[in-house]
Ligand binder design. Sequence first.
Ligand code: FES
Length: 62
Amino acid sequence: MEEEIKLEIIKGGPLKVHGSVTLIDGDGNETKTKKTAFLCRCGQSQNEPYCDGTHKECGFEK
Ligand code: FES
């Protein structure tokens, strides 16, 4: 039985992924995430696609 994946939008912050997923980047490279991942929504992370906390400094509010 497959684990249900949940996506949580954190206001003013990242997209929290509950459950392991496979991320495929623009070059087709695949990375398997851990049980929880935080994906950048603000576009300012130096570690994209992951959140590095920069959203706190750039005024991201969505
Ligand atoms: S959402 Fe956290 S660095 Fe972009």
